[in-house]
Design a protein. Sequence first.
Length: 271
Amino acid sequence: MNDKTHTPTEPPLLEVRNLRKTFGGRGKTPGAIVAVNDISFTLEEGECLAVVGESGSGKSTLARTLLRLVDADSGAVLYRGDDILRFSHADMQRQRRYLQMVFQDPYASLHPRRTVAEIISEPWQIHAGVVEKSARKARIDALLAEVNLPQHFSSYYPNQLSGGQRQRVAIARALALEPKILILDEPVSALDVSVQAQVIKVLMSLQERRGLAYIFISHDLPLVRLVANKVAVMNKGAFVEAGPTASVFENPRHEYTKSLLASSPMAAEQH
Ligand code: ADP
Ligand code: MG
């Protein structure tokens, strides 16, 4: 009954162990580029883990490896205790609904000849059981409302939308399968500064309402400070430092973190 001490502890929502991904290299130089080098972390429901680091440090490859958009060389990605890297193709297809990704460029990620309604409902073609056909129109409207877009946008095509509106459609599509984890790869970097805040506001309220977990990839340190409870600093494929956002920002231990912070706009604000 009320006996918490005897409840077996549930495995973390996501636990990544010693993940590694190399590119290229044949013959004498196997794995010439170590894009993801021995990365481990955990993510719980409702958390936002930011992954920061310069361009080329391996952030996008990490994201893609977690979703099996590229194959890891080794390591494990445990979703509620099950290693999804070992899943069959069919099992992975089913599992994907719980882990969704939002890409940086909303111009490239939405099909130009599909309406917003078609784009949002596309995941239901594969995962037919998630929303009954008769309920789909109402669900599209509800998803649009969740990302602060009016219902009549459902008949629009992407070229009728601004960058910020497109990215909100991409977020609505990512939510269509009721995921537990959203991987956001530089979700506002391609947007005008003036609309970045709208998209961030949508993401923050979604997280609160749905208890979503985010892996938030960004090089915008002031933004990371605002949205993330944990941060991992990535350099040359490895997490060189990770911890609660406030302590990493206020008391950075690694030289690379210090130099990242020193070159961020925040450094100017603080002094
Ligand atoms: P970030 O997202 O932090 O900018 P990436 O993950 O895109 O970094 O890239 C990390 C490294 O892996 C870079 O050196 C990049 O050139 C390399 N890389 C990424 N994708 C590929 C690929 N498909 N083939 C070969 N090298 C790649
Ligand atoms: Mg990237």
